[in-house]
Structure formats: structure tokens, C-alpha cells
Design a protein around this ligand. Structure first.
Ligand code: UDX
Length: 444
């Protein structure tokens, strides 16, 4: 099939590349000419493991191309994917500016019947609005079907997810549109779930909100474990054995970040308010996450009294491993709080440093290795569980840092081993090397 994909961010580019790899002829459209030139050479504008190899392979096979021009991209397309961003506005609602612009352009340039597929995460009801905009901009009367096909890929494993996802959701109002998009996706061999448009739009928000809830729930439990002397890892291992709960996505840490959870949870809260059905549970999930991002700094303040003049090494800055994405990364809040408290902050990340420079406070300095960041630091904080950072041995910290004090926001090390190695080790929801706090009241 001939397919156009509008927008070459994480979602658009991975979608386009994956669709070309299963045999479709794909043209990706993006307004950024420099980006288009780069992609034509087989260079990915984003860091995503495995993506460039598949890009290059399909460009060579003549199945994948890039253009700035809608006319070229849409000329033979039977299907057009919309994969542009829906950033968060000041009030928490989704900004649909880019969606509107793309819908207008598709309407203006469509020359034959077309199925328009929305990959972007959009508020429930938006696909009806997209259809309206396209129809208003058509020159001739042609058939335009709109399909919601939300994306569930995770950054850092987006290529794997594109080929091995748990499900493909297709929301359509006509059987023919649903069948067309099912045909497009059949070669992936992933289970397909077909529903109406609004339910498909809601599946995306509900899934992200549920996962965010799982993380905030576990983070709250971890704080209780800290207060009461239990161990969060044992607790989640025991919880996860219940098949109804499941053992995934139960890692306590310093809060979720990234391009999806923060934005989508806020958008759903706003959507619920507008619908007159306030979503208090989700509001609390967001509040807990904001609090969790401050936890490590609170722990450090409790330990040292004042952080004035202390030098801190931040290890890992990206919102999670295997990405250079700094959007909503907990490291932003942590660096801000540390700088505000008068600390000198030295950051290290295997690949996100350049992006970090744009969003962390100007006072932060950067090291090119974890060792360099730790040397002359009074303590270190692990913020992202990169393999490389997890692999640092405890005795290395001991030899690098001024004092062997480690705050681990991702529970990468074993507290007992840390104690044996003479490290003062603070982690999330696990007994510290210092002392276990006593329960507030005696157990019965
Ligand atoms: C997420 C969804 O997983 C994906 O389906 C959706 O399409 C986009 O949003 P992504 O943001 O790439 O994907 O990352 P994910 O791996 O889900 O992690 C999100 C955040 O949650 C990260 O900050 C991560 O550190 C945090 N997290 C995740 C935890 O704190 N604990 C966990 O157990 C899992």
C-alpha cells in the first residue's frame, strides 16, 4: 500500500520506518527541511536503538522516502497517518495546533479518496474535528475516512515495540476504513482490537493514566516502607505474584517523566473536568509524582541539614535509560532544587548531556564520564538506571567521592552490599544503612 506519514518525531518516524519494513511504500512528510535532508541520508534525528539500520535498509530498497512537500507525499497515498505532537498547554489541556494544521494541509492536497489515521494522542472527540477540518478544505468531493490508531511505543524500545507490541487498536466508524487499516497492520502479526473512534481515543488515555497510577501507587507504598521499615522490593515482588496485579511497572523511583505520562494525565484531568466528571484519583497521581521528584533532595537535606556549598554528582539525566529525551525528566526538578539549596551540581549522562544543557539550570556543569562527575563530589545521586551507571561498582564510588555517600533514586544496588562496602547508601523504600525507623504505633 502507498502510505504517507505526517510528522517525524518519535511516533511518526518509528511508524513510517516500521510500515516500510513490512513492505509498504512510505513517504514521511515533515516541514523541517534540514531534518528531511538528514533522514534522506538514513540518519535518524532521534536516538532510538536499532532505528537507523532499518531506516537505511528500507531507503535502499526504495520503500521509504522523506519530503517537505505535502503534494509529493500525498500524491499516491491511500492512507495518511497524522503523527504530530500534541503538547501540553499552560492549563493542562492538549494543544491541537499542529493537528489542525496537518488536517488542513491533508484536505488541501488530497487528490483521491483517502483514509486518515491519527496516531497522535488526542482528546476524545478530536478525530471528528479532524474529519471536519479535512472536509472543509477539500477542493473536490471525495471520500475521507478518519481512523484512530493510538501508539503505545516506549522510547528506548520503540523499534522493538513497533514489531512486538501487545495490541494494535483501530477505532473506526466505517467497516471499510477499519478493514483497510487492519490490512495495513496484518503483517506485524500483533493482535488487532477494533472498536469505535471515541473508545480508541480513550484507550490511549486510559492506558497511560493507569500506568502512571501504578507508578504513583508504588511510590506512595515505597514512602510508607521507608517510614515503617519494610522493603519495597520484597513488597512489590509479593504483590506482583498476584496475576490480577502483575509484576510489571512496579518499580519505585523518583517519579515518571517523559513525553507521554505527564502530558496525557494532565490532559485527561482537564478532559474529565470539561465533561463534568472530575477525575480526583488522577489528580492525586500527578500530585504524588510531583512530590516524588523532590524526594531525593529531601533525603539529602535531612541527612546534611544544609546543602549550601556541597558538590553533588547527578548520574543519569534523561527521563529513563536508552534515550536522550529530557522532557519532564525528574533530573530537571532535582537539579533546580539542588541549585536553589546552594549546592554545586555536576551532571553526567551517557547521551542526553546536550539536551540537558537546554533544560537544566545554567549553574549546572557537565562531566564526560561518571568518574569525572564523582571526583571531588561530596555525594552522588543516581537518577537514571542506564546499564553503564548500574555497572559502576560500589568500591568505585568509594574511591571517587570525597565521602562515600550515595543516594540511589532507582534502587540499582543492594543495601546490604553497600553497607559491607562501607558506603552510606540511601535508596527508595528500602532500609537504609543507618537505621530503620520505628513504626509510629506498636503493632497489635
Ligand atoms: C510510555 C508508555 O509506556 C507508552 O506505552 C506510551 O506510548 C508513551 O508513554 P515512555 O514514556 O517511553 O512510554 O516510557 P516508560 O518506559 O513507560 O516509562 C515512563 C516513565 O515511568 C519513566 O520516567 C520511567 O522511569 C517511569 N517508570 C516506569 C517508573 O518509575 N517505574 C516503573 O516501574 C516503570
Amino acid at each position: 500500500m502507498n502510505i504517507a506519514v505526517v510528522g517525524t518525531g518519535y511516533v511518526g518516524l518509528v511508524t513510517g520506518v516500521a510500515l516500510s519494513d513490512i513492505g509498504h511504500n512510505v513517504t514521511c512528510i515533515d516541514i523541517d527541511i534540514e531534518k528531511v535532508k538528514k533522514m534522506k541520508r538514513g540518519e535518524s534525528p532521534i536516538y532510538e536503538p536499532g532505528l537507523e539500520d532499518i531506516m537505511k535498509k528500507n531507503i535502499e530498497k526504495g520503500r521509504l522516502d522523506f519530503t517537505k512537500c505535502y503534494e509529493d507525499g500525498l500524491k499516491n497515498a491511500q492512507v495518511a497517518y497524522i503523527a504530530v505532537g500534541t503538547p501540553e498547554k499552560e492549563d493542562g489541556t492538549a494543544d491541537l495546533r499542529f493537528i489542525e494544521a496537518v488536517a488542513e494541509s491533508i484536505g488541501q492536497h488530497a487528490e483521491h479518496d483517502i483514509v486518515v489515521v491519527t496516531k497522535s494522542t488526542v482528546p476524545v472527540g478530536t478525530n471528528d474535528y479532524i474529519r471536519e477540518i479535512i472536509q472543509q478544505n477539500l477542493f473536490e468531493n471525495m471520500k475521507v475516512d478518519v481512523v484512530s490508531n493510538p501508539e503505545f511505543l516506549r522510547e528506548g524500545s520503540a523499534v522493538h515495540d513497533a514489531f512486538h507490541g501487545d495490541r494494535i487498536v483501530i477505532g473506526a466508524d466505517t467497516q471499510s476504513a477499519a478493514d483497510t487499516i487492519e490490512q495495513v497492520n496484518l503483517p506485524f502479526g500483533i493482535p488487532i482490537y477494533k472498536t469505535d473512534i471515541r473508545s480508541a481515543e480513550m484507550i490511549k488515555y486510559a492506558s497511560n493514566a493507569f500506568l502512571a497510577t501504578k507508578i504513583s501507587f508504588v511510590n506512595e507504598i515505597s514512602n510508607l516502607c521507608d517510614a515503617l521499615g519494610a522493603n519495597i522490593e520484597d513488597v512489590t515482588a509479593g504483590m506482583g505474584m498476584d496475576a490480577r496485579i502483575g509484576n510489571k511497572f512496579l518499580n519505585a523511583g523518583i517519579g515518571y517523566g517523559g513525553s507521554c505520562f505527564p502530558k496525557d494525565t494532565s490532559a485527561l484531568v482537564q478532559l474529565a473536568d470539561q465533561a463534568g466528571e472530575p477525575f480526583e484519583l488522577l489528580r492525586s497521581v500527578i500530585k504524588t509524582n510531583d512530590k516524588q521528584k523532590r524526594l531525593l533532595v529531601e533525603k539529602a537535606k535531612e541527612r546534611f541539614g544544609s546543602l549550601q556549598g556541597k558538590t553533588v554528582a547527578l548520574l543519569g539525566l534523561a527521563f529513563k535509560p536508552n534515550t536522550d529525551d529530557m522532557r519532564e525528566a525528574p533530573s530537571i526538578t532535582i537539579a533546580q532544587e539542588l541549585v536553589l539549596a546552594g549546592a554545586n551540581v555536576v551532571g553526567y549522562d551517557p547521551i542526553a548531556t546536550e539536551n540537558a544543557k537546554n533544560v537544566l539550570p545554567g549553574a549546572v556543569t557537565y562531566a564526560t564520564t561518571a568518574k569525572e562527575a564523582c571526583q571531588n563530589a561530596d555525594f552522588a545521586m543516581i537518577l537514571t538506571e542506564w546499564d553503564e551507571i548500574q555497572a559502576i561498582q560500589l568500591d568505585e564510588y568509594k574511591s571517587w567521592l570525597n565521602e562515600p555517600i550515595l543516594f540511589d533514586g532507582r534502587n540499582c544496588h543492594n543495601p546490604t552490599k553497600a553497607k559491607q562496602n562501607g558506603i552510606e547508601y540511601h535508596s527508595i523504600g528500602r532500609p537504609t544503612t543507618q537505621q530503620q525507623k520505628q513504626p509510629a504505633t506498636s503493632p497489635n
